[in-house]
Design a protein around this ligand. Structure first.
Ligand code: MOS
Length: 733
């Protein structure tokens, strides 16, 4: 189905089930430990052996020799595959470095061997017995030092849309900036960050001749299948992937990684199924991370507070052939201003591969931009909320002919200010003290693009009136199972108890997958399209006019007749299958989601310790398909925003080129006690331009802007303006 915009009235608009705060249908299985994760699939692939991945102990150079004799003689060892046993494997489309093969080492902990044994302990012990000799070459590990060599780089886009230009100019930025009466020129830094999901990357592989099945933990089934086939030189039709439950991803599982490849290679060598989980210390350096950025922002405004010139330039690092972090993207769209410059530069470095982490681009970009906006508001003597409102734009400021499908940023900011009690904020920094705590309030705008992605599904009706949805969509903890069930129930006029949802299997129709906050809206729109087909088939079988037939309470009605829905299924069942496509919709309209983030912090006057006291997010993200799961997404993202503001940082060893704090003891993330009070308000919004669901993404919007709101709160509390994340105690004093 080609989506014709704007969406007309359709059965989803009944909102009998869609739009309700339904509990997660996978919740009981997740909370009772009965939802099987990849590593726990004891129900498949009998006689599984354990694979342990060995990572390179250098960051750059070559493996000159590997002695596996002791490891091969160790108890329980079944097979060993080393990187010297095969030429470098082809990269998948989404990989920057090869995942295995050949002597060359491109980054620390790049996989160099897999040891397969009868037990996990035997595999781990034997892997430690492999003696490796290296020829080390110097590498580039310091972003600041590499910054002068950085070059403008167009990032690849995740979806099918063309990549944004690496440098964009509108008007005469330099001239307007020089002429502006009020200006800011400041540099902000964000560190390398790790996804730190609960479930590590894990896979079980099984071969039957040339056919490979992998039970894994992956957000994007179709990408994974494509890249696994390419890496191993297989026909894509011979690769099957299953990933029905995922214990968190945050972008770290968008891509094929070493666990799947080495489970497959280990299994081929061992001639039996092999399971591999990356150990926690492997994840930081063997998989992807959010790359550090250095961002320079210049803003010029008239004394009326209107922005006349805005420039945002970001530098980030990645391996050769990698991409720049798209940290300037929101600055192209968030505020008005006639003279503009945005640029993204890539410094080629030899640290592990950088890539998407929750709201890639906007999350680190807003951490900088929204501090800059706070600084400008202060220079102008304006309230920071008012400064943003004055600079709102309802059209793409680089291309005024393109308008936003919906844009209620000002409404988010106004409502947020009112609900949060912003009027009680003292604009003078350091003016409010309670005992040993300095109290401050900060705010920031939130912005995240809404991408629409092609998405397919198959819906099966059985004789009892039961409906089963099959799509390769994944649920990474976001609630996909639930919103898909709600969509199918609404469309087919049945209760949720009549709907079964099956996800994450590459034998199902290809969906949008889970990434870039496109999953919820796009995947349910695909289910909508399949249900439209099924409704037509039902109407035809039962002899109803399909335009008039009504589906409710398990019954189809039309004219003066009615029939049970299940009657249409006959003995063999009835199937509707379709894929929703959007054509050039993304070109014609700018689709984005908006938020106002408000934070109150307390900073210990003696130690500089920051405690977040309360947080509010007001979000405008189209129709909210399930307010409970959407709220959970937003509070999770807000929590991650606090982590980015105050704690999270992969510490780089600039001599040896690796992330030092590669476990959850050293890489700190917030815990419940760090987050006392969070409130989320969704504006009542319907976006008929986004899809037949009239919904948008929300799972990444929640993090966008939070870090800066915390930083601005710290400034209001203390008068200390921090521009380098994370804002730890040492920087405060
Ligand atoms: Mo998201 S970083 O695209 O999973």
């Amino acid at each position: 189905m080609k989506f014709e915009t704007p969406a007309t009235t359709n059965p989803i608009d009944q909102l009998k089930i869609v739009g309700k705060p339904v509990d997660r249908i996978d919740g009981p299985r997740k909370t009772t430990g009965t939802a099987p994760y990849a590593y726990e699939r004891h129900d498949v692939a009998p006689n599984q052996a354990y694979g342990q991945v060995l990572g390179a102990g250098i960051a750059k150079g070559r493996v000159t020799a590997m002695d596996t004799s002791a490891a091969r003689a160790a108890p329980g060892v079944v097979a060993i595959v080393t990187t010297l046993d095969m030429p470098r494997l082809e990269k998948g489309k989404t990989n920057t470095a090869s995942l295995f093969g050949g002597p060359e080492i491109q980054h620390y902990h790049q996989a160099i061997a897999v040891v397969v044994a009868e037990t996990f302990e035997q595999a781990r012990d034997a892997s430690a017995m492999i003696r490796v000799e290296y020829a080390r070459t110097p590498g580039r590990y310091d972003l600041e030092a590499e910054m002068p060599h950085a070059e403008l780089t167009a990032p690849e886009s995740d979806d099918d849309s063309p990549p944004p230009p690496p440098e964009d100019r509108v008007g005469d930025f330099e001239g307007a900036f020089a002429a502006a009466p009020v200006t800011l020129d400041a540099t902000y830094t964000t560190p390398d960050e790790s996804h730190a999901m609960m479930e590590p990357h894990a896979s079980i592989a099984q071969w039957e001749g040339d056919k490979l099945t992998v039970w894994t933990s992956n957000q994007m089934i179709a990408w994974g299948k494509r890249d696994l086939a390419k890496t191993l030189g297989l026909e894509p039709g011979n690769v099957r992937i299953e990933s029905p439950f995922i214990g968190g991803g945050f972008g770290g599982k968008l891509f094929l990684r070493a666990d799947a490849v080495l489970a497959a290679l280990g299994s081929r060598a061992a001639r039996r199924p092999v399971k591999v989980a990356l150990t926690r210390p492997m994840i930081a350096n063997n998989t992807t991370h959010r790359p550090a950025t250095i961002q320079r922002i210049r803003i010029g405004a008239g004394s009326d507070g209107r922005i006349t010139a805005i420039a945002h330039e970001s530098v980030s690092g990645d391996l050769e052939g990698g991409k720049a972090e798209t940290a300037v993207m929101q600055t192209k769209l968030l505020y008005a201003g006639a003279n503009r410059l945005t640029a993204m530069r890539l410094a080629v470095m030899d640290l592990p591969e950088g890539n998407a982490m929750r709201a890639p681009g906007e999350a680190p970009g807003l951490m900088a931009l929204e501090i800059a906006m706070d600084e400008m508001a202060e220079k102008l003597g304006m309230d920071p909320v008012e400064f943003r409102i004055v600079n709102d734009t309802q059209v793409d400021p680089e291309d005024p002919a393109r308008r936003f499908s919906q844009r209620q940023l000002n409404e988010c900011l106004r409502l947020g200010a009112e609900r949060f009690g912003w009027a009680r904020r003292n604009a003078t920094p350091g003016a409010r003290r309670e005992g040993r705590w300095l109290i401050g309030m900060g705010m920031a705008a939130g912005f995240r693009n809404n991408l629409v992605m092609k998405s397919g599904a198959r819906v099966l009706l059985d004789a009892s009136g039961g409906v089963t949805v099959e799509t390769d969509m994944t649920d990474i903890g976001t609630g996909s199972y639930t919103v898909i069930a709600q969509t199918a129930a609404e469309m087919m006029g049945v209760g949720l108890d009549k709907v079964t949802v099956r996800l994450g299997d590459s034998s199902f129709p290809v969906s949008a997958g889970s990434g870039g906050q496109w999953g919820g809206n796009s995947a349910t729109a695909g289910v909508y399209a399949a249900c439209v087909k099924l409704r037509e088939a039902v109407a035809q079988r039962l002899g109803f006019n399909s335009a008039e037939a009504e589906f409710a309470d398990g019954v189809v009605r039309g004219g003066n007749r009615s029939a049970p829905l299940g009657e249409a299924a006959g003995a063999d069942g009835l199937v509707g299958e379709d894929t929703i496509e959007y054509g050039d919709l993304a070109k014609r309209f700018q689709q984005s989601t908006f938020a106002g983030h408000f934070v109150e912090v307390a900073v210990d006057v003696a130690t500089g310790e920051t405690r977040v006291r309360r947080m509010l997010a007001v979000c405008a993200a189209g129709r909210i398909l399930n307010p409970k799961s959407a709220r959970s997404q937003v509070i999770g993202a807000m929590t991650m925003g606090v982590g980015a503001a105050l704690m999270e940082e992969l510490a780089v060893d600039k001599r040896h080129g690796f992330f030092v704090n590669h476990d959850l003891a050293g890489y700190e993330v917030p815990v419940h006690a760090d987050i006392p009070h969070q409130e989320v308000i969704f504006l009542d919004e319907v976006d008929p331009i986004s899809s037949p669901m009239k919904a948008k993404g929300v799972g990444e919007l929640g993090i966008c802007g939070v870090g800066a709101a915390v930083a601005n709160g710290i400034y209001n509390a203390t008068g200390v303006r921090l521009r380098d994340y994370p804002m730890t105690l040492d920087k405060m004093l």
